[in-house]
Design a protein around this ligand. Sequence first.
Ligand code: ADP
Ligand code: MG
Length: 424
Amino acid sequence: MKLDTKSLRYLTPEDWRVLIAVEMGSRNHEIVPTTLIDRTARLKGGSSGVHRSISTLAKTGLIARVKEAKYDGYRLTYGGLDYLAMHTYSQKDVVYSVGHRVGVGKESDIVMVAAKTGEQRILKIHRLGRISFRTVKTNRDYLRKRQGGSWMYLSRLSAMREYAFLEALREEGFPVPEPFAQSRHTIVMSFIDNALPLRQVSEVPDVAGLYADIIGLILRLARHGLIHGDFNEFNIMIQEQKVEKHSSKAASKQAGSEESAAGRSQIKEDADEEEALATVPILIDFPQMVSMEHRNAEMYFDRDVACVKRFFERRFHFTSTQPGPFYKDALAIVGKNGAKRIDIAVEASGFTKKMSKDLEAAIAEQRDNELADVDDEDDDEDEEDDEDEDEDDDNETGEQEDKVTIIGEQQTTLADDVAEKMPQ
Ligand code: ADP
Ligand code: MG
């Protein structure tokens, strides 16, 4: 689903208040009764325009009337939740303008946004639960109602988890984007400039070096108790970094990494130049990360390793002379050399067992759907990139480039007490 910012600037403070009232009501009600919306919005300082706002919001598609309900009510739509998150970012000066969509995954929309300074950032909108919803054929109405509650919960859980891992990984010096903020089902992080997903890279100066760097990252994650869990060629960005000759340290610093892969990274030197180019892998996409002590850890670990090996064979015709790495060896280095156990820290930071289980189940289900979708195309995937271009076309929206919506200038100042109580 596309992030549609058309009406973002035109909503009045009262509209926002009503939208927040619907969001609050959704915590306990699948369909929020109109009377409850009315009461909540008025309590928050509203006057008489609640019904006018309800009608505006419904027309804009931010809330939807639920007709089959026994009582008159509304539910928040994806669009409504998107707006609430954007509103929060705008108020916190995290996002000033919204640009084009750079990608649409099965589980997310990736949108280019900018801070007031003009700095480009990435907004990732988690959309867990929408695929499985589409594939459900029986009991549609019943499930639709249930799904209404759970997509919000699952997408938000996914964003919270990704943000927690990003923060922890960044702190430990991993080459990952810088996290800026999280709101509801979305996160804002730094834009990885000058980089392509490994999937779109056809040539590198030193294939063996890059392979070693990437496997090194799998082991480095393991030392911190983690398995990425979706370590494929779309989730590894390859960034070209300029480094001074013989000084690969500079590259590792830029990537936010102290002992980054770039430390050993392959460097292309130009005989006459003072600068050389290093290709540095940067990791993204973390909601599905699991602990090295997860009951299926070995399967996840082996799958990540196999994914890298398979890609390097297909794309670069490269096979490592070294077998593995193997799970049991990786398990032996968990927590070694004083490495902080990120798996334990994140689990302890407000995620209940039930939350982890819910998210895991949803991600597994989504993955099954995805695999069913790509099975055919996977067979004829050669090293040829034609297919990639097609995918890119799919991912881009035709009308994008110059379409930037300024959201920072709206006069929608919510009462402070409401803003504070808004869910993050
Ligand atoms: P999904 O969970 O849908 O797979 P990802 O986080 O993997 O979402 O992002 C999808 C794509 O968007 C990536 O393959 C990458 O091309 C692009 N992308 C995501 N985050 C960033 C970022 N911080 N900087 C640049 N590109 C990004
Ligand atoms: Mg991804």
